[in-house]
Design a protein around this ligand. Structure first.
Ligand code: DAH
Length: 356
């Protein structure tokens, strides 16, 4: 602030008065910090009007020099202070405008970010793998497009076997109605042959993967489905080892109080063969809709590896023995979670898949 008396003196001076009044007008009409800077430059900058006037003081008479010097310096101080004050005000206004424009309503509900989850079937496969890895098994894989040799022949499956028919197996190439020997594997059992060809015993492996069959989709069938194959080959492996291993698996998968039973069956690559049932985890074995009143659920096929299979891979069936098993992953998921229809796994309806 400068005194009223000083202001009147400045105002009355022909040169300082003009600068003073113009500076006042310019200050008043400055609308943003940029304008303030322009006003400062035009009056106080190196070539500014007030700076020029103050530089000219030295040419005045001593008396005028003192008077103009005193008034000019007071005008300069006034202008500097006024610029700073108005500049502060405009900068604050600008900031407030920006903040108001960027204002966030933190009480608004957050935006929904859907979380992905592993597919139920992938997690069942992982669960199965973990149980067998815990017993010392290794996880291996094989191709989905297979040769007849691995899918059937080396698995001791004769040419006349019904599963080789066109209505059961997807052949990759059928020239002139003849079977090609390239096909989509109908089970994961060919991985047994591929592993044994490459690795000498002892062998403890499981092989998860996709399999394909010419089935019409319904509640329990899908032309593409998943299996987990198992194979143990060592000296002195017995049916007792197979039963113990599968019983441990069933209890870990379906619950400690589950019972396991073996039913005689036939598979070309095992002898003897058995289908394995686990007591129904829904009703506890008393009989319900899921187990069709029997109290038992079939979960896999298994048996002692047929010596003919060992012949194909060059294993000495006199020195070693083994067991094998194969389970349907969808079936295990259906049973464990009570999913009523296998097609739900592949419809990709997140409302269903997200529940598990
Ligand atoms: N490959 C059989 C199937 O798809 C399942 C199976 C049965 C696998 C017995 C085996 C086994 O390894 O020993 O129906």
């Amino acid at each position: 602030m400068i005194s009223r008396k000083l202001r009147e003196e400045i105002d009355a001076d022909p040169e300082l008065g003009v600068i003073y009044r113009e500076a006042q007008t310019a200050l008043e009409s400055a609308a943003d910090p940029g304008d303030i800077e322009s006003v400062r430059v035009s009056f106080l900058g190196r070539k500014g009007r007030l700076s020029a006037l103050l530089q000219g003081i030295k040419d005045l008479s001593p008396e005028e020099r003192r008077r103009v010097g005193r008034l000019g310096n007071n005008l300069k101080t006034w202008l500097e202070n006024s610029l700073e004050k108005k500049g502060d005000m405009l900068r604050r206004q600008e900031l407030e405008g920006t903040l108001a424009g960027e204002r966030l309503d933190i009480t608004l509900p957050g935006r929904y970010m859907p979380f992905g989850t592993r597919h139920l079937l992938s997690r069942i496969i992982e669960e199965i793998e973990d149980i067998f890895i815990g017993m010392g098994y290794r996880v291996v894989e094989g191709p989905e497009v297979e040769l007849d040799y691995y899918n059937f022949e080396a698995l001791n499956t004769p040419d006349w076997h019904p599963s080789k028919s066109l209505s059961d197996t997807f052949y990759v190439n059928v020239p002139d109605g003849e079977h090609s020997d390239v096909l989509l594997r109908t089970h994961t059992s060919p991985v047994q042959i591929r592993v044994m060809e490459k690795t000498p015993p002892p062998l403890y492996v499981i092989a998860p993967g996709k399999a394909y069959r010419h089935d019409v989709p319904d509640a329990t069938h899908s032309p593409m489905f998943h299996q987990v194959e198992g194979l143990a080959v060592d000296e002195g492996i017995t049916l007792g080892d197979l039963k113990g291993t599968l019983e441990h698996f069933a209890k870990r998968m379906f619950g400690d109080d589950r019972l396991v039973r073996f039913r005689p069956h036939f598979f070309p690559f095992t002898e003897p063969s058995a289908e394995v049932d686990v007591s129904c985890n829904i009703c506890g074995g008393t009989g319900c809709r899921v187990c069709s009143g029997t109290g038992w659920l079939e979960i896999l096929g298994s048996g002692m590896v047929d010596p003919n299979v060992f012949e194909y891979v060059g294993y000495d069936s006199e020195a070693i023995s083994g067991f094998a098993f194969g389970m349907g992953v969808e079936r295990i998921a259906l049973l464990k979670y009570g999913v009523p229809d296998i097609r739900y796994f592949f419809d990709n309806d997140l409302r269903l898949l997200g529940q598990y």
